[in-house]
Ligand binder design. Structure first.
Ligand code: ATP
Ligand code: MG
Length: 357
């Protein structure tokens, strides 16, 4: 029997609603596989806790999490708590402490989902974005507001280290190689950001020498964004800095049918620390409590977790079940044009899983 200890942070708003569907899927996986067992421990580290105690998680929160095999995350945020609190007090400390320097975001149009891009089908939109997750433009290395200059001026620092850049670029080449992909697309902007991006590009060229069979192409971020819309079929693996990856993945989620569907993994590739899996959507206060949140992003995130834990076959079962449930269309949530509930759609996916699709 293989046991996995999973820490779960359902969070706020629709976070706990969709997390429940993730649990159902894990239970179904146990039934399907026999030799697998998941022990889930839940932590109420959310905005309600912040309002009561002044902190999103206890002082020893990271210490508590570090021995788990994986972390499942829902969504955090509440209208009365500024966004930066939940981000800076919970999500970023976890990503940084556990060296989750890869943010993995599949951009894949599922069968039965309509893309806003005219004439694009699931054959055209199927790639992955690998986003640097610990430094670059979001490194919190400070900046400066010069109020006494003739024009008020602000400077915000970005930090690109050789260590941080090499490891994400290596990961991207390695990912492409392992998955049998034919090329790597790289986001840059070396024509305008003339310190950080030439540095990034040089490291890409250096690392590429170890991967002679994976040709790479450098795209300026503006052109790359346009190609996401015009020619998504061009892409297999895309790697970018923290900011560029952030923008590209939101665009990617939109072309792949919307925010209720898009999953993500915050990966510590070395396995020294747990990785964390979460939908990219937020807590969605506007639909909280109505039972209509789309659970696909959370369930797909569970799939990414299983893949990371070494069960790609089970991840494929989950994806096939999601597509089958969409195809049948019996319990689609309102964002997909149906009038089903979170619970019923989750059940529909589970029932496909149990059929062993
Ligand atoms: P945050 O600041 O936490 O990112 P946000 O308001 O920017 O929150 P979301 O909470 O993701 O973003 O919500 C954006 C919109 O998408 C809302 O209208 C919300 O209802 C919708 N939405 C988000 N997730 C889902 C989901 N799983 N199912 C259906 N609709 C969703
Ligand atoms: Mg948001």
């Amino acid at each position: 029997m293989n046991y996995f200890n999973i820490a779960s942070i359902p969070g706020d708003g629709i976070g706990p609603e969709v997390m429940n569907e993730g649990y159902k899927v894990l239970k179904a996986m146990e039934n399907l596989h026999g030799g697998l067992s998941f022990k889930i421990e839940e932590f109420d580290w959310n905005c309600t806790r912040y309002i009561k105690t002044g902190t999103m998680m206890p002082d020893n929160g990271l210490d508590i999490l570090k021995d788990y095999d994986s972390i499942l995350f829902g969504a955090v945020g509440a209208p009365e708590v500024p966004d930066h609190i939940s981000v800076w007090q919970l999500i970023l400390p976890i990503r940084r402490a556990f060296q989750q320097y890869v943010n993995l975001r599949p951009i894949k149009l599922l069968k039965g989902i309509e893309s806003p891009l005219r004439n694009k089908t699931e054959k055209d939109i199927d790639f992955i974005v690998i986003r640097e997750n610990t430094e670059g433009e979001y490194s919190n290395s400070g900046g400066k507001l010069h109020e006494n200059t003739p024009h008020e001026t602000v400077i915000q620092n970005s930090v690109f280290t050789r260590f941080g850049t090499e490891r994400i670029v290596k990961y991207a080449f390695q990912y492409a190689k392992q998955k049998g992909k034919s090329k790597l697309s790289v986001a840059t902007k070396s024509n305008a950001m003339n310190y950080s991006m030439p540095f990034w590009d040089d490291i890409v060229r250096e690392i590429s020498r170890d991967y002679p069979n994976i040709p790479f192409h450098l795209y300026h971020i503006d052109a790359l964004a346009a190609f996401f819309v015009l020619k998504p079929e061009e892409f297999e693996v895309v790697v970018g800095s923290n900011l560029f990856g952030d923008i590209l993945t939101d665009l990617g989620a939109a072309v792949a049918g919307g925010i209720g569907i898009a999953p993500s993994g915050n990966i510590n590739p070395e396995g020294d620390y747990p990785s964390m899996f979460e939908p990219i959507h937020g807590s969605a206060p506007d639909i909280t409590g109505k039972g209509i949140a789309n659970p696909i992003a959370q369930i797909w995130s569970v799939g990414l977790m299983l893949e990371h834990l070494g069960y790609s076959d089970l991840a494929s079962v989950i994806m096939a079940a999601i597509e089958k449930a969409i195809e049948k269309g019996e319990a689609l949530t309102p964002d997909l044009g149906g009038n089903g509930t979170t619970d019923a759609f989750g059940d529909a996916i589970v029932s496909e899983i149990l059929k062993g699709v």
